[in-house]
Ligand binder design. Structure first.
Ligand code: GLY
Length: 364
């Protein structure tokens, strides 16, 4: 089993262990009891995890109160689901001495984490992510929330987990498209923070796509280490944490403009290519670097071009309303090399003109 510890200096009580292994779900309960034995347990999961047998694997014969999110996926990421979870907890008379276990992908983690943040003014949550995107990204770092009818994550809180348990064997049965799209967050981590990790991904891509659990454990560990280190320095996303948004400003716009037909990782892949094109235009990169990145994304079979039905002016409108925009135009994260984020005056999100973004979108 691999381990990494995340320490959040701004919130010392929230340091937490991340444990990574293959096929550990069935043996987690005694470990959870030994660390959190005094707390009552409540599980939040979704119908996919139940049908895949993962819930049963986690609980064994134990009778643990559980809320199963139906339908699985983004449409349930709504405040009403949080209300239903909290009322289900009240019905079984749970109080502040409760530990919520979030078993599932990013949506389950976000909903359960937010319910934990607000139930009786806050109870601890353990994240047990089961998808490539949640194991690489959303389970670590404490971002929780649900969507409004107008925007994503309109309700939310930073609520760091009490522990994270990653069982890479849960990836073995994950839908192929979801599996590949989630790996884009691993490519992103390598681009922003670790050139050797990028080499590792290039060299081991076949084994990753064959879902060999030893290599999946290694990438889970590297992702958690990179993300954990960024979050430790800047838990509330004042500056450094913005680097995790590499490829996301244009990526989020593409995802929204596609009506969420594109998966998050697929849209971010297009955003990463756009960032690479901006870097070339700004003299931060040579075409060879972008080609290397494009090759790895093509091998993941995620899109590297804008779908023909998305208009640039529609994307520009969405980018203007990015939640991180100041004066109706966001800053962008760029790299000066693989493994090195470009900064201006110590800022990790930098100015890129609207004209240049429009030009890149036309070429994309
Ligand atoms: N997913 C980016 C972050 O957690 O900051």
């Amino acid at each position: 089993m691999l381990e990494h510890e995340v320490k959040i200096p701004a919130m010392p009580e929230t340091g937490y262990q991340i444990r990574i292994g293959a096929d550990i779900l069935g043996s987690l309960w005694p470990e959870i009891e030994s660390s959190f034995g005094k707390l009552n347990k409540f599980i939040v999961t979704d119908e996919n995890l139940v049908s895949a047998g993962h819930l049963e694997k986690l609980t064994g014969q134990r009778n643990i109160p559980t809320y199963v999110i139906k339908p699985a996926g983004e449409t349930s990421k709504h405040i009403n689901t949080v209300i239903s979870i909290i009322e289900a907890m009240e019905k079984v008379k749970l109080g502040r001495d409760t530990l919520i276990l979030a078993l599932g992908g990013g949506t389950v983690g976000d909903i359960a984490g937010f319910a934990a943040a607000i139930f009786k003014r806050g109870v601890p949550v353990i994240q047990i992510p089961t998808t490539t995107v949640s194991q690489a990204d959303s389970a670590v770092g404490g971002k929780t929330g649900v969507d409004s009818s107008i925007s994503k994550n309109a309700f939310g809180a930073f609520w760091h987990p009490a522990a994270v348990y990653i069982d890479v064997a849960t990836l073995v049965t994950l839908d192929e498209r979801q599996f590949r799209a989630g790996l884009v967050e691993s490519v992103k981590h390598a681009i922003i923070a670790d050139a050797r990790y990028f080499d590792f991904l290039e060299t081991n891509l076949d084994s990753i796509l064959q879902r060999k659990t030893d290599v999946l454990e290694t990438i889970a560990y590297k992702n958690c280490r990179i993300k954990g280190e960024v979050v430790e320095v800047d838990p509330l996303e004042k500056n450094q944490r913005r680097m995790l948004n590499y490829g996301h400003t244009i990526g989020h716009a593409v995802e929204a403009a596609s009506g969420f037909e594109l998966l998050h990782g697929e849209a971010v892949a297009i955003g990463i290519i756009a960032a690479g094109m901006i870097e070339i235009e700004m003299g931060l990169s040579q075409p060879q670097r972008l080609e290397r990145i494009r090759r790895i994304l093509e091998k993941l079979e995620v899109p590297v071009k804008l779908p023909g039905n998305l208009a640039e002016n529609q994307l520009i409108e969405i980018i203007k309303h990015d939640k991180k925009a100041v004066d109706k135009w966001p800053r962008f994260v760029l790299v000066s090399d693989i493994g090195r984020v470009y900064s201006q005056n110590g800022q990790f999100a930098v100015e890129v003109s609207r004209e240049l973004v429009e030009k890149i979108l036309k070429q994309l």
